[in-house]
Design a protein around this ligand. Structure first.
Ligand code: UDX
Length: 429
């Protein structure tokens, strides 16, 4: 099949490269020429395991290329996937401007009988709302909605091994086309109408975010009673009705999806005259959760003004350079407000963090230089290399104090070394 993909962000690039790996001919479109040139040179615009290797392989086989020429690309393809961003408006509601302009570009260039599939996360009813744009082209078209469930850091793996595939369709042709495209996958395929497909994606993300805020609330309660939340999470996770995944307590969820999508669902639902109570609480709890680390810090070092605080981990999670909505931003911002001298280190996300904080913080080139002379260290992202901290690292600090915001370290080992260990959901009292 000849596939055009509009947008070369996480979803677009991973989708395009993976469809090429499955043997289709894919062209990805973006309006930013530098991005397109880099992709054609085999350099993905994002850091994602396996992506570069697959991209280079697909380019070499002649199955993949990127372009700024959306008109020719759409005209020469059988199906277009819309994979553009759906950012938040200031009030949290979804901004659909890129979806609409992608639809207008496709409508302008498509051949009769073209299929358009929306892959971006959009509030229910959005895909249907594009119908007048395509109808105005006076050409026949087919419309589908096929949400993605990719996690940053394992996006290729997630695309190739999904738990399920959601096929939202408006007519038999779009359903059959999506079934054909996903034929190599053996997982369950859920065939539903367009707005149900859109809602499934929001329900999925909302449930996962709720699970995280739930365990974070339990963690905050555990702290007051000398209970280790990881023991509680492990035990309840064995109940198959609950399940063990997404029960890691910590400094809160960030990233390009959970915060934006839950806010969009809440705002959209309010516009439909239902004000979600549970999801609003999920967001409220998550907004405060990063600052719990500062409360714990105060409880051990007292006043923070003038103290040297090192921050390990800036990305919203490990194995990515993405700092969008990362808890590190709130934590560092607050530390600076209350007069801390902050040094940060992250294996991949330093440049992205620097573009937000500039020279307000010091950037260390490795863990040791980050810890040197610090009154306390905050572990905010659980990169693998932080789990290997030794006494040699802590000896560099002014006082060996670590606050584990991801429960990634072994408290017993650290306490035996003479380190003052505190953490979210740990027996801090
Ligand atoms: C998420 C969804 O998982 C994915 O299906 C969707 O398509 C996009 O949004 P992503 O944002 O890449 O993916 O990362 P994910 O691994 O889900 O983590 C999101 C945030 O939740 C991170 O900040 C992570 O640290 C946090 N998290 C996750 C927890 O705090 N505890 C957990 O147990 C799991």
């Amino acid at each position: 099949m000849h596939i055009s993909v509009i947008g070369t962000g996480y979803v677009g690039l991973v989708t395009g490269v993976c469809f090429a790996k499955l043997g289709h001919t894919v062209t990805c479109c973006d309006i930013i020429k530098e991005k397109v040139d880099a992709i054609n040179a085999g350099r993905p615009s994002i850091f994602e395991p396996q992506l570069e290797e697959l991209l280079k392989g697909a380019i070499n086989k002649g199955l993949f290329r990127a372009t700024t020429d959306i008109d020719h690309t759409v005209r020469d393809s059988d199906v277009s996937f819309i994979c553009v961003g759906t950012p938040s408006q200031p009030d949290g509601s979804i901004n659909l401007q890129f979806i609409r302009s992608a639809a207008e570009s496709i409508a302008r260039s498509m051949k009769d009988g073209h299929t358009i599939i929306v892959k971006s996360t959009v509030v229910p009813g959005t895909t249907e709302s594009l119908i007048p744009i395509f109808t105005s082209s006076k050409k026949k078209f087919h419309l589908g909605m096929n949400p993605e469930f990719l996690k940053e850091g394992s996006a290729v793996q997630d695309f190739m091994n999904p738990d399920s595939i959601v096929i939202g369709y408006s007519d038999d042709y779009s359903r059959k086309l999506l079934e054909e495209l996903y034929r190599p996958f053996t997982c369950p395929k859920i065939t539903v109408n367009l707005r149900t497909a859109e809602m499934i994606k929001y329900a999925n993300n909302s449930f996962l975010a709720t699970k995280i805020s739930f365990i974070n609330e339990i963690a905050n309660i555990c702290e007051t009673a000398g209970i280790d939340v990881t023991e509680v999470a492990h035990a309840i996770g064995l109940d198959q009705r609950i399940g063990s995944k997404f029960l890691r307590a910590g400094a809160g969820f960030g990233g390009s999806c959970f915060p934006k999508d839950i806010k969009a669902l809440v705002a959209w639902s309010k516009s439909k005259v239902y004000s979600p109570k549970l999801l609003q609480s999920v967001l409220d709890l998550n907004a405060d959760q990063p600052l719990r680390m500062i409360d714990i810090l105060k409880s051990v070092v007292g006043t923070i003004n003038g103290k040297r605080v090192s921050v390990l981990g800036l990305a919203f999670k490990p194995d990515t350079d993405d700092v969008r909505e990362a808890p590190s931003i709130k934590i560092v911002d607050q530390l600076l407000k209350i007069g801390a001298i902050v040094t940060v280190y992250d294996p991949k996300a330093m440049d992205n963090f620097r573009s937000i904080f500039g020279d307000k913080v010091k950037y260390a080139s490795d863990i040791k230089s980050c810890l040197k002379g610090a009154d306390a260290t905050l572990l905010v992202t659980e990169w693998d290399e932080f789990s290997k901290l030794t006494i040699e690292h802590f000896k560099l600090m002014k006082s060996p104090v670590i606050i584990d915001g991801r429960r990634a370290l072994d408290p017993d080992k650290l306490l035996k070394m003479g380190v003052t260990y505190l953490g979210i959901g740990w027996k801090n009292k």
